[in-house]
Design a protein around this ligand. Sequence first.
Ligand SMILES: Nc1nc2c(c(=O)[nH]1)N[C@H]1C(S)=C(S)[C@@H](COP(=O)(O)O)O[C@H]1N2
Ligand SMILES: [Mo]
Length: 519
Amino acid sequence: MIETEAPSGTVAPSNRRRTALAGALAALAGLVAAEVFGLVLPGHPSPVTFVADRVVAAMPDGPREALIGAVGTLDKPLLVVGIVLAVLGGGALIGLAAARRSSLAPVLFVVGGVVAYLVAWNGTTADAPGLALVVAVGVTVALLVWSRVAPVPHADGDVAGPVVERRTVLRAAAVVGAAAVVGLGVVAVTRRASSATVDAMRSALRIPRPTDPAPVLPAGITPDVAGIAPAITPNADFYQIDVALSAPVIDVASWSLSVTGQVGSPLTLSFDQLVALPSIERHIALTCVSNEVGGDLVGTARWQGVRLTDVLAKVDVQDGADLVLGVSVDGFTAGFPRSILGDGRDAMIAYAMNGEPLPVRHGFPARLVVPGLYGYVSATKWLREIRLTTLAADVPFWLQRGWAEDGSIDAASRIDVPRAGSRVAAGTVAVGGRAWHQHTGVGSVEVSVDDGPWQAATLAAPIGTDAWRLWSWQWQATSGTHRLRVRMHDLDGTPQDADVRPVFPGAASGLHTITVDVT
Ligand SMILES: Nc1nc2c(c(=O)[nH]1)N[C@H]1C(S)=C(S)[C@@H](COP(=O)(O)O)O[C@H]1N2
Ligand SMILES: [Mo]
């Protein structure tokens, strides 16, 4: 049965390779088991998700900034592949170490599990017991698999370590591989089923008519420019930014929202209780602080929800509470000064977006929307708690990572059509775009060609000061390569900041400039 007999104290290279492989297999089996087990714990993301969140959080600002702009696309799968490879590598190292002393393996797998737990723990104690359970199951399975693929030899096991037959490793690899495929298949199917359940729940939900509906929009909010995106962003096209690897799947029947912290009488609302309260409906533009000049991390939707100050009035907020902190089911937090609500802006606990329950990826069943603040300080999705607190006691997620405390939105403008770098025919060319300075409003937009004089663009019909405003301009284009720039003044007459600043730590600035080839 034993293929190679290594002399005491040394290990044959082929055996080392096989124990490394056995270790990697055992770690993979443990990871798959933890993923599958994690799935059956309601409301818990997978352990890999937990770790990926940690990686995003721990990254230095430069790379993270680059990543955040793209989160929701390719970066997440790449992170997951990286984490799986790291686990395989860790398992292989344990295998190598155990090639000399097999009794080391169980100890190292347990240590690996503890490290995984610490790396994955995101600081919210609510998640700790579930995560501990998931990791414990994973480690147990890894140990079981290890004891099968790397049997301790009959004699002096403690001295020479396990001797592994190639056939055992191959057979174990086949079994673990098959189990991984089946297990992850089950995960994928169940995930799809549970998001299908939420979709069914969403479509079954009845959202009451708003008590205070949004004003009827005038005709002409979207200018007649071919190829320009509509002034009200459809839900399917609305940008998405979050640090969650997969959107939390929330059962609205068991969900509740608590208003806590420095309040005289804390409050908990079920979904039914929330939507039974008087509601407002408003067109509000949401903007991400990570939006580059000319970028598309901005959108305008019609939101319906409960006015935040209505809810705060019910809990008797204490004087010292100067921070309103939204806490998400996924542990994310965003916070802003309570004083900004004093101007009566339409900040709300939103539960509907463009006339339907919030899409899962936009925070189902409820989120915060605060006109005039970037999302990172205000727009908590999958909201579970609103905490009245202070910056000294609770530092919001992105502030912990060096982003600016003041999340007020800056004025900005963008050219959408023609696209940067495109080719157009000489003659009259329709130019169009949008500008925003939420809660202040857009006063004027101007365009300049090749650093020539600023020329007034035509503003489309207004949606409201909390939304963006689209614009158009007829360009008499002559052949050659030309540079177009845009700038705006807000309704106060203040020009947007033309100085070039990067995104970190508090929003990019500078004028959007594009080059167009006219033929
Ligand atoms: N739970 C949670 N809410 C969150 C975030 C997040 O990472 N997690 N990101 C915030 C940021 S930075 C922005 S810009 C907005 C984006 O909202 P959207 O994805 O609906 O466009 O959500 C905010 N709310
Ligand atoms: Mo953001």
